[in-house]
Design a binder for this molecule. Structure first.
Ligand code: NAP
Length: 333
């Protein structure tokens, strides 16, 4: 192939809600690597909720995505041409190649992957950023103790599915929250949750109460909104809440209001937001543990695969509303 295809961020969501119309597909000549660069052909693209936040101009923990440039995104690919010492054609690499078929990358922006350890796309899921996110939120903030009750929202998603399994391994009772009976069954039967409550059920709050007779000692929060408001009311004194994500707010820049906030004082809660890249020194330990669990078959995960780059925008917006079941990926080859 002699051309590259890329989705650029063409406009920011404004009065019109965010949607595929904010992206533009362009075809450009295939770039050639300069000294110190490698050309990578992408095999897999990761779709992640943080990308929605980057579409906004508002101040956040990271710079907004620039207009007219390929959308940011984690990729796994193979080197096809290299002027980067240590990298040769055929090497399997993890990078931030974005929503496109090819990218150029220099030193420090590619990580070689060993295909004998796991299928390459696993490095965009449980062994990569989402898995490490679960590990950090759980072990650094919640610190679950045996016998405690830990609630995990979006429990079958890329992050939540790992958080639920790690909490279970720490000896906690795990109560998942997920959208629909199929996801809830997976949380219990495959991920090992003790129970899972469907947030779409009209009596969701009552069901969560019934599933947490001893209260809640930790919340791994991926969603915000009603699931978090309900879980707050179940908290025991000194419960720990890791705010990992607030995807239910739509990441559209509007304020995320929270009911039941008074519980934070009454129950002396510790609430901490975190970003997985806050402390990169934690990654080796987290990835070593996740890789070890994967090798023994003890780390379960699912993926939802969209076929071809053209499918990325629809799959992305579907994922933000629960259209994915497990890690959302785009297969590019
Ligand atoms: N802090 C960090 O460094 C960091 C890093 C990675 C990800 N995150 C955050 O972690 C969260 C999970 O990310 P992920 O990549 O693993 O995505 P994911 O859970 O695989 O996909 C998003 C899920 O959110 C759930 N959801 C969406 N709208 C909802 C609503 N209104 N109510 C309840 N659930 C809703 C859906 O699950 P159901 O169908 O089960 O409802 C959907 O599948 C996101 O909030 C993301 O922004 C944070």
């Amino acid at each position: 192939m002699t051309t590259n295809k890329a989705f650029l961020l063409d406009s920011r969501p404004g009065e019109r809600p965010a949607g595929p119309h904010n992206f533009r597909l362009v075809e450009t000549p295939l770039p050639t690597p300069d000294e110190g660069q490698a050309l990578v052909r992408h095999l897999w693209l990761s779709l992640d909720p943080y990308m929605r936040g980057r579409m906004n101009e508002a101040k956040s923990y990271a710079e907004p995505q620039k207009l007219g440039e390929p959308m940011i995104g984690g990729t796994v690919g193979e080197v096809v041409e290299s002027r980067l010492p240590g990298y040769a054609p055929g090497d399997l690499v993890l990078g931030m190649g974005g929503w496109q078929l090819y990218s150029l990358a220099g030193r420090g922006h590619l990580h070689k992957l060993d295909p004998r350890i796991a299928p390459p796309e696993a490095w965009l899921g449980p062994l990569g950023m989402p898995g490490v996110t679960a590990w950090v939120g759980l072990h650094e903030i919640i610190e679950p103790q045996a016998g405690e009750t830990i609630v995990v929202s979006a429990a079958t998603g890329a992050v939540g599915s790992v958080a639920a399994q790690l909490a279970r391994r720490a000896g906690a009772h795990v109560i998942g929250i997920a959208g629909g009976p199929e996801k809830c069954a997976f949380a219990v039967e495959t991920l090992g949750a003790d129970a899972c409550v469907d947030h779409r059920a009209p009596d969701f709050s009552e069901r969560l109460k019934a599933a947490t007779p001893r209260g809640v000692d930790g919340i791994f929060e991926n969603v915000g909104g009603e699931p978090l408001e309900a879980a707050l009311t179940r908290c025991n004194p000194f419960a720990r809440i890791a705010i990992c994500g607030l995807v239910a707010t739509g990441y559209d820049g509007t304020k995320a209001a929270l009911r039941n906030f008074g519980v934070t004082l009454a129950m002396r809660l510790k609430i901490q937001g975190f970003i997985v890249s806050d402390d990169m020194s934690l990654w080796p330990q987290a990835q070593a543990e996740l890789t070890r669990l994967h090798a023994t078959g003890a780390l379960h995960w699912r993926k939802t695969v969209a076929e071809g780059l053209e499918a990325a925008p629809e799959a992305f917006f579907a994922m933000l509303k629960g259209g994915n079941f497990g890690k959302q990926l785009v297969k590019l080859r």
